[in-house]
Design a binder for this molecule. Sequence first.
Ligand SMILES: Cc1cc2nc3c(=O)[nH]c(=O)nc-3n(C[C@H](O)[C@H](O)[C@H](O)COP(=O)(O)O)c2cc1C
Length: 198
Amino acid sequence: MAHPRLLALCGSARKDSFNRLALAVAITGAQRAGAEVTFVEPREFVMPLYDGDLEASDGLPEAAIRLQQLFAEHDGVIVATPEYNGFFTPLLKNTLDWVSRPLPGGTGQPGTIHLRGKPAGLVTASPGALGGIRAMQHARLYLSNLGLVVVPEQAAVSAANKVLGVDGSVSDDRTLGMLESVGAAVSKLAAALGTRAG
Ligand SMILES: Cc1cc2nc3c(=O)[nH]c(=O)nc-3n(C[C@H](O)[C@H](O)[C@H](O)COP(=O)(O)O)c2cc1C
């Protein structure tokens, strides 16, 4: 597969999100490695908190259906998430929990069919000293449970308020290299696997 297509998902909807800045650097790494990347703007994919009664009465939110379709059309995903009390965010989990639910149309196929076997990369960023590394471990497990293949490369950006510039700059070369390597690794694995389903 010459040009893998990747999604980029941010677990923070905040407009000045440090994770969004970190994700942008990982996206550049993926693009340099040959990928086309689609950024999923969180505010365009707003979903209610998962509720089984709501799903039974109304089906999936239309944003979840759109995201399931986007996963079908892409070969992998780069995920950035803040750390909230040692965990990845409820926004990220709620979004992907909805995506994992059965596809519309009554076939009974789980939404994870469009994730299974596709590569994923993880970055975290925090103004704190640990950069979100604790959330990373939980996010890695969660993404694996969804069937994604999480690449070993990862980047946790500490002191993100000092290291990441709003102009896309990264003041520390090692951090820059680690963020780009996550995107590059997802791109290369996606190209090697050629897994796109739809
Ligand atoms: C509820 C809550 C819990 C937080 N817990 C942590 C934490 O455990 N570790 C950490 O490094 N930062 C923690 N923070 C600070 C976030 O890292 C910080 O708000 C960060 O800017 C959020 O990411 P964003 O800039 O991408 O929105 C927490 C923030 C909130 C709102």
